[in-house]
Design a protein around this ligand. Structure first.
Ligand SMILES: Cc1cc2nc3c(=O)[nH]c(=O)nc-3n(C[C@H](O)[C@H](O)[C@H](O)COP(=O)(O)O)c2cc1C
Length: 471
């Protein structure tokens, strides 16, 4: 190593550019200019400490000898002369001083690094009513929370030593090609959280190459969304109106709008979830027009009124998946509406497993999608391994809309990064390689029904019970 030359703090602090960058670690002074581009954590983190003491930040991440072992000995410049330390030297570098973020102030977008962060920020910055409407679910929130926890109880079975240098997460949905097996699940009234609402989502989805589901109760019409994002691909989510002519009018608008690629009829909201006084009541008000008398017969009516693919949104059992297949539908979205309607309805990933157990032929006849509880790239990958064509994110996208188009784009990027990281680490490079062999579902298998009927309880004739109570 070079001589132990003493260097003053003032002298060191002049070497603070990318071309001439010195840092101090444990009093030793190093020239890291040539190393900046190689630094696995990126150059900006080092440049933050250019010409100053990086000991604290360095030792949080690296073992003491890393610099010495990786840099050429000539990069060692000398030792900090502690007698020259002054007030300027001990000042934290710019960006280091903790910025006080007020409870109701949005932190910078780049500091949000996963879908949970968007939720946390929305909980602090959205109006109380908006937060209640977006975050709520039916009664005790059992299904809302189990949607996610069931994903967490499925384990990967990663394979190693496969070349995963490049990875491709593209997929096809209903004949169209998309960058990710991810779409935006239709959710009402995105304008509550941002004035651009669904328009912001549309522009972000178009830029990122994913599909957006437009809610029947969207704050913007499908024509406005098409104007906002002319190259976007949408599916339209239909609630069949008690007054059929109104639904027919919407289906005509869909036919005239080439950006609308499919119709998803929501069937898990025959009756809106219970009321509350904080925001859940909004859903009730909006749902008043939905026809609770809708049956399988009515789907023929829907199919007669559109030439686009028709899918069901809100299938919660293998029996109904089978009926959907027999009705000639193009796809089913396994969903419990994020647990917003019937609490203790089954988590969607369990319904996906039920289809495998009881009627796997469904996968050969139509596309199967999943939403409710998707929060991580690993959730996407588990659903795809288990046969889902794509998955939807509902409330997380609303929370991301808090930051407008940029926020939604950032969340999509995060999901892509998480998905591709997970793909690499289970040992696959394309979604065609995703298979059930790469997941272990043992911890939830007992939750998956194996037949239509109850395994041991039998129906009790009500008349007989009444009769016996008279005895
Ligand atoms: C605030 C909110 C509004 C929603 N509005 C609709 C809607 O208008 N139509 C519909 O079919 N689903 C609607 N959904 C359900 C979503 O499409 C999706 O199924 C659900 O958000 C998935 O659950 P998750 O967001 O917890 O993952 C809504 C969900 C939320 C959170």
């Amino acid at each position: 190593m070079a001589d132990q030359k003493l260097l003053s703090a003032q002298q060191i602090s002049t070497h603070k550019t990318p071309e001439d960058c010195w840092i101090v670690v444990e009093k030793q002074v190093w020239d890291v200019s040539d190393f900046l581009e190689e630094h696995p954590g990126g150059s900006s983190i080092i440049l933050k400490y250019a010409g100053s003491d990086a000991t604290k930040a360095y030792s949080e991440v690296h073992a003491p000898g890393v610099l010495k072992n990786n840099l050429n000995p000539e990069k060692f410049k000398g030792v900090l002369d502690e007698s020259t330390i002054d007030a300027e030297w001990v000042k934290p570098p710019p960006g280091e001083s903790p910025k006080v973020i007020l409870e109701n102030e949005k932190p910078p977008l780049h500091t949000l690094i996963n879908s949970h962060d968007f939720q946390l920020v929305a909980s602090k910055t959205a109006s109380k009513k908006t937060w209640a409407f977006y975050s709520s679910a039916a009664t005790d929130l059992i299904t809302r929370d189990a949607n996610k926890s069931c994903f967490d109880r499925i384990w990967f079975r990663p394979r190693v030593l496969r070349n995963v240098r490049s990875v491709d997460s593209r997929t096809n949905i209903l004949g169209g090609s998309y960058k990710l097996p991810l779409f935006v699940s239709p959710a009402a009234m995105a304008k509550l959280i941002h004035p651009d609402g669904e328009c912001a989502i549309a522009r972000a989805c178009a830029n990122k190459g994913i599909m957006q589901g437009i809610s029947n109760n969207s704050s913007y019409t499908m024509d406005e969304l098409r104007t906002a994002a002319p190259s976007a691909d949408f599916f339209f989510q239909l609630y069949v109106n008690r007054e059929r002519e109104k639904s027919a009018a919407l289906l005509r608008q869909c036919s005239a709008n080439p950006n609308v690629k499919a119709i998803f009829v929501t069937v898990d909201a025959a009756w809106p979830g219970p009321n509350d006084k904080k925001g859940g009541g909004l859903g009730r008000v909006m749902a008043g027009f939905i026809d609770p008398g809708l049956t399988w017969e009515d789907l023929k009516w829907v199919k007669q009124h559109t030439h686009k693919p028709v899918c069901l949104k809100g299938v919660m059992s293998a029996d109904d998946a089978l009926l959907a297949m027999k009705a000639g539908l193009d796809g089913i979205l396994l969903s419990n509406h994020g647990g917003r309607n019937l609490d203790t309805s089954p988590p969607s990933i369990i319904t996906l497993l039920e289809i495998h157990r009881r009627c796997p032929e469904v996968f050969d006849h139509m596309e199967v999608y999943v939403d409710s509880g998707i929060r991580r790239g690993t959730d996407i990958l588990k659903a795809v391994c288990l046969g889902a064509t794509a998955v939807g994110m509902g409330r997380s996208m609303l929370f991301a809309t808090n930051y407008g188009q940029e926020g939604v784009e950032h969340l999509i990027d995060i999901m892509q990064d998480e998905l591709e990281t997970a793909m690499r680490n289970i040992g696959i490079t394309s979604l065609a390689e995703a298979s059930p062999d790469l997941v272990h579902t043992g911890d939830v298998d007992h939750l998956v029904p194996s037949s239509r009927s109850h395994p041991y309880a039998r129906a009790i004739a009500k008349g007989r019970r009444q009769g016996s109570s008279k005895l």
